[in-house]
Every structure is written in structure tokens, then in C-alpha cells.
Write a protein of this length. Structure first.
Lengths: 420, 448, 72
């Protein structure tokens, strides 16, 4: 059994799995149920001036019969008075002293507002604060959430104000609704943040009802953009974590958020530099009990890899993530069709013929059966055929012997000496 | 048909149902809704957390998946193959009405296959607690008790009269439904926890009952049931007349090879064992196999899936038919079966309609092999030697404490299984074994 | 049209010139691909390389030659 404890910016957690700020962490009742189920920590639903919500609030994206490939919401921060939330946080922390409770905060960008809430929240014994600079809907129209999170100066300033009052760790939660997330991550660093978390939800409109022409979701026939999350956003989140983890002058711990629904996703985020992960949509889809397999699966995976601690995963892939110009141009793979596994759907052939490099062709084998083969000399190794192939093991990408590595950047340097 | 080679023999005994292919496994596992408070779990006698083991398949946590199954059911690999799933978990699946139920049995088989293939050590023992438990009978109930007791720190000894443990899983279910190595793997899992299994050891014969009673802190009686009872018709001792349990046992041990090729066989009875015996004879080359039963399809205790499998295998069913005598030839070999037609009367104590003979309806059936599969006898004299209260060989227990009339002796499995409710399931025996272990733990802890 | 054939032709041309001890004096890349200037005995020959594999091959040859030169 490996040790699943993680140290996130000095916050010790029994495992890397935290519930992200959102509907699952609205009340003490819920957070306590989550801790019973095994979650190592929870980021409390964002505290601030209590709001009024609309109904309905959520929509799911179903894809090919699978529900909730994506999810969006137009729910705002907590609608309960601060005092009520604080009482429940205090009670939960008393009952579960070994679990991490982080308070998510959102107030108007004024120093005194930040000072006030930080002091009141820390007074009940939270382990840290997460500044919500991310929600793209509703609160942004009031100058908070992603509206402040998209402006590096505001990120820096607000982080600074929170830090002025804070005694616990300050985590800045970043919005993905920005071209370059490292700009705001850097601003958080400048403001004195102890850690960053990413990503918050992405601007989205889930759909339009073709019968009523209403938006999905709709409020009395009208709609607005919401925050997108769930499995579909994982690659976006992962790349943003990778961008930040790879910044040499920014050494803040990262809490990974976005589409994580099992131990595999969690391990990927950790390999990419996250030392804790946060989950919301998967818990909303299946309940808190999903954490059992996250813990068990990660444990078995670490054992299999011969690792004794979950911390050993953190950042292992960061150095493998780089600029395109530093990738080897000479590396070559070609597709190979394994006849014994091919089920003859011809999807690879049509994909290659219509949309790639026309290098998969029909041939008649010795038994007179029509089959497919790759004309390897024309294959550029794009992976498309193996991506569309539905049969396990039918297409493998085979590495080819090639010349010594040469990256684009090296090539351009070389050519520049020839006046290129 | 000539004498089958070893390879051919095992070919005809290959599992009827192939393993699910990896792609199908993922499609099926991802189709599971991961219900909360799921009806499939409630329908499983051992309470396997089915949605959880399936979720673990989807995340690639195969060890975790196998562990969830085997934790709840130490016979999880066997049950994946022999459980009447449409009556249990799959029958309860919420997708029955919406689309098709999840293939829970097949997914369970996939996960346990992984554990078998990867020699995964799924469980660990606790610190020894210094207490000793004897288990009489190494079948599913006994093994299941042993596994749980070993995990709780008890020093466990199983006394098994056969050469191998596993009981009916090892000897009593035809190989094309349950290969012997599956049952033996489950035995090995129990042994790996430090349980001593003394095979070829019959309590009351090779070791005195008193010794067992005196040397252990508790005893689990899990002897199951005995052979098929006599029909009490003339000619039962002719050559060519077999006891279904013994026949399958010999088949599973590889002793039966060519003696049924081209034979005309009649199997008496329509329970699980009758189906097993009939389909087995067919696979061993019998040219015609008929099942005769004194009641009708309605009352038979074989499951619908067994019935349809038998029909696919070409087994013929003769309902409302009762054997009266077996007639031999000059070599004392059975040649004919005299039968009578029956009709159904009012329901009897078991709730099934009573068969009534129709006068002067006698007729003859040609048969050079007759297999008796009309249930199993009880180990009544053994139970009496143990001085335990019983009702026609069914040991009486307190259902709360699993204790027999001797508070030191607990019982589980077929030995406590009441009459007239079809045949006992492996999964029920496994659960009772677990419960007996917990009952012992509770009982002995209360004394400390 | 199989691009591999085009590349094979380009490779053959590059190899031929390099084997004749022509040296590459200038490489220019623009919207139409790469233009390689070879010289030998005051003679200048320009090759137009169109395929991506051809342009890759060219730089691999340049790199190998440079490596050779530094080693000798």
C-alpha cells in the first residue's frame, strides 16, 4: 500500500482528492458526507455576499448515449449568509480535524472587502483560502469572478489584499477564459499567492431546443452563458496546468481541476504537476462514493509502478511538455494494420482517403479476401486511422528508424547559416 | 466416434460460453449506470457491490474490481459462471425495462479471470488471535467460512473427505459450465491465507468426532449433501445405471472417456444436476439423451436458461413420466425402462402439484444408460453421530446465530438447506459460510 | 499522385549533386518551398524542393555534412 498523503503548499491532506467548490460543497451536511466517503478535502462553495439564484441552473451534454460528457451551470456563489456557512465550517472541521477545508471566496475588488472576509473565514479554522477569480457567468457581470480574473493587474492586486490579511495559505483559482493562463498565474505569483488552482469553468451555451427555440438551460424561456465543465474539458484543463507547471520562474503548487472523474485522470494531472486535484462534475453525476475507486485505483497503480508515495507522481511529465519547435522533426511512426484483429469496417481507409494522406489501400489476400494495408512510404504517422479504429489492437503505430534528431528550432538555426 | 484423445476430451468440455472480448467488456461496463442503492446488489445473496466492481473495470482498476467481488463472495469466480444471474443480479438490473440488463455475470467473470491470470494476492490475514476453528467439508460454504475466519485471525483447519477441496464446484458441476481449475483457484485463495486443508480426511472415520469437538474453539459443519437417493424400483443395481453426482464427479476428474459413445441414455429427474448429467452424456458421445420427469416443465427445478441450453444440446424431455422398473439383458446390463404416465393433482407440501399415476398407462423406453438425478440424500447418520438436532437430515440452526443444537457447532450450506425449494445455489452457500464465520467471531468474542 | 515518388526524385537529385562534390552555398525558403543553390567550379545549380520530406532530407544532409566537417 502506497502512501496517498500529499503536501499541497504546506497543507497536508490524507489523499490528493478534494471536492471542488460548487454545489457538492454547499453545506456542512454535504461536506461531512463527502469526508465519510473518503474525500481528503473540500473547497467550500464560494463565500461572499449571499446571492439569489434562478431556476433552472444546469444542463448536461450527452454524447452517443453517454450522459454528462460535458456539463454547464448558471448557478452563482453561495446563497446562504456567511455566518451560517462559517458555523457549519467550524462544526465540520471540529468533527473532521484530519480533513482539509478550504474556503472559496469572492468579493468585490476592494481591499477592505477582502480583509473582512479573510479574517472572518480564518477565524473558524479553515486550512486555506481559494480566491475565486473564475466563474464566467453572473458574478462576472458584477465585476467579480472571471471579470476580475481576466485582468492580470486585478488578480495581482486582489491576491495581495487577501494575503495582507491571511494567515493560512492563499490559493488563486484561475479562469480558463483567457488566451494565456500563465499571464494571470504569474500575476497571482506577483500578488504573493501560495498556490494556484485551475481551471474554473469555460464560457458555454449548452444548446438550443429545436422545438421551442429556447436556450438550454432556460429560465422562463430565456438563457445566458454558463460555465462549462465535466469530462469534455479535461484536455483544456490539463494543458493549462502543463503551461503553468512548465514556467521556470513560477514555482507555485498547482491544484488541478477540470473533468477529473477517476484515478486515471487524477494521476495524469499529478504527472503534469498538480499536487492535489479537485472534482465536482463527476461527484454530481455519481455521488461522493466515486472517491472509493479513486483511492483504491491510485493505490494499486502506485503499487504497480513500484512507487511508495503519491507525491512521487507529481510533475514527472512536466519536462516532457515543451514548445512545438523543440520536437524532433525526424521522429517517424507509421501505421500498421494487424489483419487478425481487423474487423473490416474500413473506417481507417475512408478517414485516410478523405481527410489524411491517402495511404491505406485495399488488397486481395491469398485467400481471396479483400483487406486493407498501409502504404508505409506515404504514411505521415498522423494517428488518425488508429484513432477512428474501433477494434482493439487492429492498428498500431510502429516507430521507424530515422536520422539523428533535429528540431524545427535546430533546423532554422542551421539554415540561417546558409542565408535561409 | 473413436476414443477421444486428451485434447479432444477437453475440447468438448471447453466452457460453453466464451469469455467476453475486451471491447465488449468496456462497452458493457460503461453501459452500467452505477446506480445508487442498486437493486442488483440487493438481489445478490452475497451482496457484491456490483456497480463498484463494474466502475473499477471502466477505470482499469482490475485488482480493485476482483477484490470487490471476492471480498463479498469467496466463490466469485465460480458464481460468475454458475449463478442463475437472470434470477438474481441481472434480473434486478434497472435496464431490463429500459434496454437490456448489464451482463453482470460475464463482467464478474472478466474481473476474476484477471485475478486468476495475474496471480493477484487479494487479501491479507490479521494477527493470529489464538483461537482454532475446524470446518467439516471443503465445499463453497466451508471455504467461505474458512476465508473469513482466516482474515479475522483464526487458525482454521478444513477436513475434506475428497482428494481435492471445492465440493460440488470441484466435482459436481459439469466442466463446460465450470472448469475444475476455477474451483481449485478459489481453494488456493483460501489456502494462501494460511488455512490448513486436510483432504482425504473424513471426520468420524479418519478422525474421531470427539477429537474435533474437543480440539477446537468452534466447528463449522458444512458437509453438504450426499449421493442421489435410491428410486426404490426393481433393477436399480443393473450395470449401466448411474448416480448423477458420482457420474459428474468421475467426468470432472477425467476418468470417463469413451463408454457413452453411441449410447441411448435416459436421465431421471429435471433439476440442475439432471441437466448437467444429460448435457454431459451428449457431449461424451451418447446418440440419444432423454430426460424423464414425473411432473411438467412448470414444476421442474432446473432454471429456464438450463432448460434452453439442454434443448439446444439436443436433449429430449418426457414430462409426466415415472420409472417403474429397469429391465436388464442376459449380461445384467440395463436395456429397458418401464415407465408410467402421470397426471397432476393438487399441490403438495412443497407447493408443487402432486403427480398421480395413470392406471394401465405403462410403456417401455429403450435405454442402455440410466442416470438417476432425483436430488441428494442427507448425511443423517453423521449428523446424529454429532448429536445435533435435525429434521430429516436438515440440521436445525438458530438463523440469528447460525448455531446448531450444540452451541459450539455452527452450520452452513446445503446441510441446513431445507427440502422442496429446488436445489441450493453456490452463492447461497458462500453467503452462509461468511455468516457462520461472523457468527463464530461474535460468539467467541463475547466470551473473551 | 503519391508524394513519396516526388520525394524520391528530389532526394535523388540532391544526392546526385552532393555526390559530385557540389557544395550548398545558399538555402532559401518561401511560399513555394526550398530553393537550394549548389556550386561547383563557378557553376551554380538551383534545386527546387517541394515536398516536406525533401526539405527535411535537405537539412539532415546539411547537418550530417557539418558534423563531418567538424570531425575531420
Amino acid at each position: 500500500m502506497a502512501d496517498l498523503h500529499v503536501d499541497f503548499a504546506g497543507i497536508k491532506s490524507k489523499n490528493p482528492f478534494w471536492l471542488a467548490s460548487g454545489p457538492p460543497t454547499n453545506t456542512g451536511y454535504q461536506v461531512q458526507r463527502a469526508f465519510e466517503a473518503g474525500w481528503g478535502g473540500a473547497v467550500w462553495k464560494t463565500l461572499g455576499d449571499p446571492i439569489i439564484n434562478v431556476t433552472s441552473r444546469f444542463a448536461g451534454l450527452n454524447y452517443g448515449g453517454q450522459r454528462v460528457a460535458g456539463f454547464n451551470n448558471i448557478e452563482l456563489i453561495t446563497d446562504r449568509p456567511l455566518e451560517v456557512n462559517l458555523r457549519e465550517i467550524r462544526e465540520t472541521k471540529r468533527k473532521y480535524p484530519d480533513h482539509v477545508i478550504i474556503a472559496s471566496l469572492m468579493v468585490e475588488p476592494q481591499a477592505e472587502k477582502w480583509h473582512e472576509i479573510v479574517k472572518r473565514v480564518e477565524d473558524v479554522g479553515v486550512d486555506g483560502l481559494e480566491l475565486n477569480f473564475g466563474c464566467p457567468h453572473g458574478m462576472a457581470e458584477r465585476g467579480m469572478g472571471s471579470a476580475s480574473g481576466q485582468v492580470p493587474e486585478l488578480v495581482e492586486k486582489q491576491t495581495y489584499w487577501a494575503k495582507e490579511a491571511a494567515e493560512t495559505q492563499v490559493i488563486v483559482k484561475l479562469t480558463p477564459n483567457i488566451t494565456d493562463i500563465t499571464a494571470t498565474a504569474y500575476a497571482a505569483t506577483q500578488g504573493g499567492a501560495d498556490a494556484v488552482s485551475m481551471i474554473n469553468t469555460i464560457n458555454s451555451l449548452m444548446g438550443v431546443d429545436l422545438d421551442t427555440w429556447n436556450t438550454i438551460p432556460n429560465v422562463a424561456g430565456k438563457g445566458t452563458h454558463g460555465g462549462y465543465c465535466g469530462p469534455a474539458v479535461k484536455p483544456i484543463a490539463l494543458s493549462m496546468v502543463a503551461e503553468c507547471a512548465g514556467q521556470p520562474d513560477m514555482n507555485l503548487p498547482i491544484s488541478g481541476i477540470g473533468g477529473i472523474e477517476n484515478w486515471r485522470d487524477a494521476a495524469e494531472f499529478m504527472l503534469m504537476g498538480a499536487s492535489s486535484v479537485q472534482v465536482c462534475t463527476a461527484a454530481m453525476h455519481h455521488g461522493f462514493r466515486i472517491v472509493e475507486d479513486m483511492i483504491d485505483g491510485l493505490n494499486n497503480y502506485l503499487d504497480e509502478k513500484g512507487l511508495t508515495s503519491a507525491m512521487d507522481l507529481v510533475g514527472q511529465t512536466v519536462s516532457k511538455y515543451m514548445k512545438w519547435g523543440d520536437l524532433d522533426l525526424n521522429h517517424k511512426v507509421v501505421a500498421q494494420i494487424n489483419q487478425e484483429h481487423c474487423i473490416h469496417c474500413n473506417k481507417c481507409q475512408i478517414a485516410c482517403e478523405d481527410t489524411a494522406h491517402q495511404c491505406i489501400e485495399f488488397f486481395t489476400d491469398t485467400e481471396g479476401q479483400v483487406a486493407l494495408k498501409v502504404r508505409e512510404e506515404d504514411c505521415v504517422g498522423c494517428n488518425l486511422c488508429s484513432i477512428v479504429c474501433p477494434a482493439e489492437g487492429a492498428i498500431t503505430m510502429i516507430e521507424q528508424p530515422t536520422s539523428a534528431p533535429m528540431t524545427w528550432n535546430e533546423r532554422q538555426r542551421l539554415l540561417s547559416t546558409f542565408g535561409g | 466416434m473413436s476414443l477421444p484423445s486428451d485434447a479432444q476430451l477437453w475440447k468438448i468440455f471447453d466452457e460453453v460460453k466464451p469469455d467476453l472480448k475486451p471491447k465488449k467488456v468496456m462497452e458493457e461496463a460503461n453501459r452500467c449506470l452505477f446506480c445508487s442503492d442498486a437493486p442488483c446488489v440487493k438481489a445478490c445473496p452475497t451482496g457484491i457491490d456490483i456497480p463498484l466492481f463494474i466502475k473499477k473495470i471502466t477505470t482499469g482498476n482490475m485488482k480493485g474490481s476482483a477484490r470487490v467481488i471476492m471480498e463479498a463472495n469467496p466463490m466469485g469466480a465460480t458464481c460468475a459462471r454458475v449463478c442463475p444471474t437472470e434470477e438474481l443480479c441481472e434480473g434486478a438490473c434497472v435496464l431490463n425495462d429500459a434496454s437490456l440488463p448489464i451482463m453482470i455475470g460475464d463482467l464478474q467473470r472478466h474481473a476474476t479471470n484477471w485475478a486468476m491470470k495475474n496471480h493477484s494476492q487479494l487479501f491479507e490475514v490479521s494477527e493470529p488471535n489464538g483461537l482454532k476453528v475446524a470446518i467439516i467439508g471443503g465445499g463453497p460454504a466451508g471455504l467461505s467460512s474458512a476465508r473469513e475466519l482466516a482474515r479475522l485471525g483464526y487458525q482454521v483447519t478444513i477436513y475434506e473427505k475428497n482428494e481435492k477441496a471445492g465440493g460440488l464446484d470441484t466435482y459436481g458441476i459439469v466442466p463446460f459450465r465450470l472448469p475444475q481449475d476455477i474451483a481449485l483457484w478459489e481453494v488456493e485463495q483460501v489456502e494462501k491465507l494460511g488455512v490448513t486443508i486436510q483432504t482425504n480426511t473424513e471426520v468420524g472415520k479418519d478422525i474421531p468426532i470427539d477429537a474435533v469437538l474437543n480440539d477446537f474453539d468452534a466447528i463449522v459443519l458444512a458437509v453438504g449433501m450426499a449421493n442421489v437417493p435410491p428410486l426404490t424400483v426393481p433393477g436399480e443395481d443393473l450395470d449401466g445405471v448411474y448416480d448423477a453426482i458420482q457420474l459428474i464427479e468421475r467426468v470432472k476428474d477425467g476418468h470417463v472417456r469413451d463408454q457413452f459413445i453411441g449410447k441411448n441414455a435416459v436421465v431421471i429427474g429435471a433439476g440442475n444436476t439432471a441437466i448437467d448429467a444429460a448435457t454431459c452424456l451428449k457431449r461424451l458421445g451418447a446418440s440419444r439423451v432423454q430426460i424423464i420427469y414425473r411432473r411438467t416443465e412448470e414444476e421442474m427445478s432446473a432454471y429456464p436458461f438450463e432448460f434452453s441450453f439442454a434443448k439446444q444440446e439436443g436433449i429430449e424431455f418426457r414430462w409426466l413420466t415415472q420409472p417403474v422398473q429397469m429391465i436388464g439383458d442376459e449380461k445384467n446390463q440395463v436395456a429397458k425402462l418401464e415407465c408410467m404416465h402421470m397426471k397432476l393433482g393438487d399441490a403438495d407440501a412443497s407447493g408443487r402439484c402432486r403427480p398421480i399415476e395413470i392406471e394401465n398407462s405403462n410403456f417401455y423406453m429403450n435405454a442402455d444408460v440410466v442416470v438417476k438425478a432425483i436430488g441428494q440424500q442427507r448425511y443423517s447418520s453423521f449428523i446424529e453421530a454429532f448429536d445435533l438436532e435435525h429434521e430429516q437430515g436438515v440440521v436445525k440452526i438458530d438463523p440469528e446465530t447460525m448455531q446448531t443444537s450444540n452451541p459450539k457447532v455452527f452450520a452452513a450450506g446445503d446441510v441446513i438447506f431445507g427440502n422442496g425449494k429446488g436445489e441450493a445455489m453456490v452463492v447461497a452457500a458462500a453467503e452462509q459460510g461468511k455468516q457462520a464465520a461472523y457468527a463464530i467471531h461474535k460468539h467467541l468474542l463475547s466470551k473473551v | 499522385m503519391h508524394e513519396f515518388k516526388l520525394f524520391t526524385e528530389e532526394k535523388r537529385e540532391i544526392d546526385e549533386l552532393l555526390n559530385k562534390d557540389c557544395s550548398i552555398v545558399r538555402v532559401q525558403e518561401n511560399l513555394d518551398g526550398a530553393f537550394i543553390q549548389f556550386t561547383q567550379d563557378d557553376q551554380t545549380i538551383t534545386l527546387h524542393i517541394r515536398t516536406p520530406d525533401g526539405r527535411k532530407y535537405l537539412t539532415n544532409q546539411l547537418s550530417a555534412k557539418r558534423l563531418n566537417r567538424t570531425m575531420t
